[in-house]
Design a binder for this molecule. Structure first.
Ligand code: NAD
Length: 351
């Protein structure tokens, strides 16, 4: 058992590797972690006004995007480095990888550096479920999961843990991806149905999650596929020129977003007029705006992923790390005995 660095040894930064993140998830239990993280994220959405907010800084290429996502609540600062490269899987690489850092605003010293590829999948799923808690129709038990890649099992289990979904209907253009997801989800307490078409996947589903990866204006859902009263959780449209829903669906839906200046550029709503009405989710959490208002309403979470969700995830990991051995101490910050004698420290280390 270790305790996290105290002020006297702040030069050492706790680092959580992929192996240790997996141990942490198994120690806590994935579904419990999804539930607890959903609560952390909701807590931070309620404190929305406190945060420094900016659309993420994106570097686009023909193959994908690399993004930096910073935010601060005035006490702690966080950023995530994340990529999105839909063609990566063809060469055995993942579409999305990430790492992130938490720091103390009063000193500027980092307090945590961690892998965030797994943590992003977990925080994205926890956010989806936290939002569905406010928007999904009463008593939703069945979910369609369209796009069965890296995020899909996390998305399914978060809806089970947080909402009580008991059935997931899987569809992917790649049959192998659906088989992989069905295999992974076996034994997790969900009824899993493999479907041959998106229409079949959506039969009887009250929640429809789209989580595909393609750098284009794709039409994963067309207007005639979407019936009254469903909640759409649109995850995969998260870049300029990369969407999943036919614009007609957007015109029928009540649209909920994380941070409008980012979502207007990256989300499904890039297909709409810039002043098309949307509701900011934090206002639903604080009670300043309504969530679902009628059973027949189509609600849409136009998810792109926002820095505050990563901040919550980093805060959660840092809180759950204390008293465990699931991190290494990184010698990452120079620590001269006399803070102004950086040169002397170097000179004394002459071989
Ligand atoms: P992935 O590449 O592992 O999986 C994507 C899956 O989509 C693949 O199995 C692919 O075959 C399938 N697919 C592609 N086109 C399809 C179509 N027309 N119909 C059905 N299936 C189709 O990617 P991933 O890591 O699971 O990420 C999925 C998407 O989610 C990406 O676009 C990623 O950028 C996005 N994402 C968003 C957030 C967020 O916060 N909103 C967070 C993480 C990832």
């Amino acid at each position: 058992m270790k305790t996290l660095p105290q002020p006297s040894d702040r030069a050492f930064v706790p680092f959580v590797s992929v192996a240790n993140m997996m141990r942490l998830v198994h120690t806590i239990g994935l579904e419990r972690m999804l539930l607890e993280l959903a609560d952390y994220i909701e807590e931070d959405f309620r404190r929305w006004r406190l945060f420094d907010k900016t659309p993420r800084v994106a570097a686009h290429s023909a193959q994908g995007v690399i993004e930096l996502m910073p935010t601060s609540d005035g006490t702690q600062y966080a950023f995530k480095y994340v990529n999105g490269h839909p063609t990566n899987t063809k060469s055995g690489l993942q579409t999305v990888t990430a790492f992130g850092l938490l720091a103390d605003v009063s000193t500027g010293y980092p307090t945590l550096l961690t892998e965030m590829t797994l943590l992003t999948a977990i925080r994205t799923a926890a956010t989806s479920a936290m939002v569905a808690r406010h928007l999904a129709p009463e008593g939703a038990r069945c979910m369609a999961m369209i796009g069965n890649g890296a995020q899909s099992e996390f998305q399914s289990l978060a809806m089970k843990a947080v909402l009580g979904i008991d059935t997931v209907r899987l569809y992917d253009i790649d049959r192998g991806a659906t088989e992989k997801a069905a295999h992974n989800l076996a034994g997790h307490g969900l009824k899993v149905v493999q479907c041959a078409t998106p229409e079949q996947a959506m039969e009887g589903a009250q929640i429809i999650t789209t989580c595909t990866a393609d750098k284009q204006f794709a039409t994963i859902l067309s207007d005639n596929m979407v019936g009254a009263g469903v909640h759409i959780n649109a995850i995969g449209g998260d870049c300029p020129g990369k969407t999943e829903l036919a614009p007609a669906i957007l015109h029928r839906a009540a649209i909920f977003v994380e941070y409008p200046p980012q979502t207007r550029v990256e989300g499904e709503i890039q297909q709409l007029d810039p002043d098309h009405p949307v509701t900011e989710l934090w206002k639903v959490m604080t009670g300043e705006a309504a969530g679902r208002t009628s059973p027949g309403q189509i609600t849409l979470f136009d998810s792109v992923g926002f820095a505050i969700e990563d901040f919550s995830a980093l805060r959660y990991v840092r809180d759950r790390l204390d008293g465990t051995a699931l991190y290494q101490q990184l010698d990452m910050l120079a620590d001269p005995d006399d803070p102004r004698d950086l040169f002397g420290m170097l000179q004394r280390a002459t071989p």
